[in-house]
Design a protein around this ligand. Structure first.
Ligand code: SAM
Length: 453
């Protein structure tokens, strides 16, 4: 197998089946030259090399390192010992290309990598958003299914489709072991892949693409993480708003909450109307530092990406109004006082007990909601990713208790309808009292069903 950190030649020997590309170790600029730094703009640190302290030569304490700026050769007093020229010197970790299951090619660590270590630069052609849009259409026309474009800043993109580094093979994961970071190198912004934890040799490298999704066909995520969002971009607001399936009071159910069939071959997951085919709405690819790659509608059937300026889509997705934060009270469901509809005392007592538990759980849920409401509002609408884990846990716990209480109550009602106790007091109503089910006294004792405790 090929070690991505070894072969520095332009045209690389690739394993069979990999679409050829030209390997570059520095971004190439389309339509402009590399910036030439003016002397007064060069950031010069104050580090001095001390043979007894390797950190002295532009380690973590270096002013340039702290501002994610590489030192400029000839200007850094540490000279050759400067350790802050990793992009310039291609100080990549050893990695290896391998074939994944269902996700095309991927890149794995070919040596142990330390938390925070620079792994590789995401190199490609630096192009404007206009050019990105054009290229995207061309790629779609050629039915390329993998997307290799990431955003560099508001106006530029890095396209690693035809020319790039091996970083182009790093797949997305919802639980990644790498992150992207932007660094300023000789006046230009460059994107590096860094380890966000220790990575052992043989582990696949992955970072979170942070797709911002505004419609179009969905790409099923096969990262296999326990917290997988099921689709690339499923957590983005665009995806959530566009792909919601139904709303029920406060709750909005999106496609990601619907159970999927496991088989990758079966396309059994829900088809969301209006999201496929020729009129694909806008889609945005967002790198982990928050800059965005606007993706636009296209007329092709390409599923993975549409890149463009972000101008008006041909067919606007139906915008679903953002969920309003409830004023002060959550909706209270009136279950209709089931207990009093039963003829037997035992049934009434049992159901009354469960009604009490359910009311308590509802009140608890309401008060938890009141507690977390400021946090939710503070973090901007309903993005549950923004609230802290402890808040989310409290909220989930209150929901679970409420669901259990609901279940217990309804179970008890159904049980008493199906297997009624004999009517034991004068309350036993005739049909006009509106019993929930058959009210005939049943000589048979309790049903062979247990309670729902
Ligand atoms: C930058 S490329 C990654 C390398 C790619 N696997 C290859 O073979 O060249 C991004 C593309 O890989 C695929 N991909 C990456 N991560 C994925 C994931 N978690 N689930 C499904 N497909 C994924 C998608 O087709 C995506 O457009």
């Amino acid at each position: 197998m090929l070690h991505s950190g070894e072969d520095k030649s332009d045209v690389v020997q690739l394993p069979e089946g990999v679409t050829p590309f030209i390997r570059i170790t520095q971004n190439e600029f389309l339509g402009r030259k590399h910036k030439k730094l003016k002397e007064e703009d060069i950031a010069i640190c104050v580090c001095k090399y001390d043979a007894d302290d390797p950190e002295s030569a532009c380690g973590e304490g270096c002013l340039n390192v702290q501002t994610s700026t590489e030192c400029t050769p000839g200007y850094c007093q540490c000279g050759e010992t400067c350790r802050n020229q990793r992009f310039q010197k291609c100080e990549y970790a050893k990695t290896k290309l391998f074939r994944t299951e269902g996700r095309g090619w991927g890149l794995l660590a070919d040596e142990n990598i330390k938390d925070g270590q620079f792994i590789i630069e995401y190199c490609g052609e630096v192009i404007s958003s206009e050019e990105a849009k054009k290229r995207c259409r061309a790629y779609e026309a050629h039915d390329l299914k993998d997307a290799y474009l990431i955003s560099l800043d508001a106006n530029y993109f890095i396209d690693a489709t035809r020319k790039g580094s091996f970083a182009r093979f790093i797949n997305h994961s919802c639980q990644p072991n790498c992150v992207t970071r932007k660094w300023t190198v000789l006046g230009e912004t460059r994107v590096g892949i860094f380890a966000k934890q220790d990575i052992s040799v043989g582990m696949e490298l992955a970072y979170n693409y942070n797709f911002e999704w505004y419609g179009g066909a969905t790409v099923r995520c096969l990262c296999g993480a326990a917290n997988c969002s099921v689709f690339l971009g499923a957590k983005s607001q665009g995806f959530q708003e566009y792909n919601h399936v139904w709303e029920d009071g406060d709750d909005r159910y999106t496609v990601e909450k619907i159970p999927l069939y496991d088989s990758a071959e079966d396309e059994c997951f829900p088809v969301i109307s209006g999201t496929s085919g020729g009129n694909e709405p806008t889609k945005i690819l967002n790198d982990s530092e928050g800059t965005m790659c606007k993706l636009e509608p296209s007329n092709s059937t390409c599923k993975n990406y549409n890149i463009g300026s972000g101008s008006t889509p041909k067919k606007k997705p139906q915008r679903i109004p953002k969920r309003k934060i409830k004023s002060s009270r959550r909706k209270q469901v009136n279950d209709g006082d089931f207990a009093k509809r039963f003829a037997s005392k035992e049934a009434r007592e049992e159901i009354t007990k469960y009604e009490g538990i359910k009311n308590e759980a509802t009140s608890k849920l309401n008060s938890v909601y009141e507690e977390i409401r400021p946090t939710i509002e503070e973090h901007g609408l309903d993005n549950q990713d923004s609230v802290s884990t402890s808040v989310a846990e409290t909220w989930i716990e209150a929901h679970c208790s409420k669901y259990k209480a609901d279940f217990d109550l309804y179970f008890s009602v159904i049980k008493n309808v199906m297997y009624p106790h004999p009517a034991t007091d004068s309350f036993a109503a005739g049909p006009s009292e509106g019993g929930v089910g058959p009210q005939t006294a049943n000589a048979e004792a309790n049903p062979p069903l247990g309670g729902a405790e």
